[in-house]
Design a protein around this ligand. Structure first.
Ligand code: 5GP
Ligand code: ZN
Length: 107
């Protein structure tokens, strides 16, 4: 299986990671929809929230903690959005779980 976010998250591309730890990688969205738009991605392949179960659910907590940490690092703690798109009908284009961190809005 060839998955774009598997490759980016595991450093098989030129995309610069702005944060990584054991289970999670983060990078800027190539087509930002906010002044700060970061994608928070598990290193292990999970297609979407629909594939979350009792064995892998802990990754979601890790992703939210990383989001909070990066919001602080990029000075957007006062106001940001965290978004999962689940399924094509909701606009999910990349079939590898990712949390959008969006911030830096004017008001
Ligand atoms: P989705 O629509 O699946 O929730 O979000 C996928 C996001 O990935 C989009 O916001 C899109 O701009 C971003 N994206 C797609 N391909 C690449 C890429 O090759 N590199 C980076 N950095 N972002 C990408
Ligand atoms: Zn993947």
């Amino acid at each position: 299986m060839d998955c774009l976010f598997c490759r980016i998250a595991n450093k098989k591309t030129d995309t610069k990671l702005i944060y990584e730890d054991k289970n999670v990688s983060c990078f800027f969205d190539i087509n930002p929809k906010a002044p700060v738009h970061i994608l928070i991605v598990p290193k292990k392949h999970i297609s979407s929230i629909n594939e979350i179960n009792s064995r892998n659910v802990n990754i979601l907590g890790e992703m939210f903690l990383v989001a909070k940490k990066l919001a602080k690092k990029f000075n957007i703690s006062e106001g940001y959005r965290l978004v999962f798109n689940i399924g094509k009908k909701a606009g999910q284009e990349v079939d590898h779980l990712h949390l959008h961190l969006l911030g830096g809005f004017k008001k």
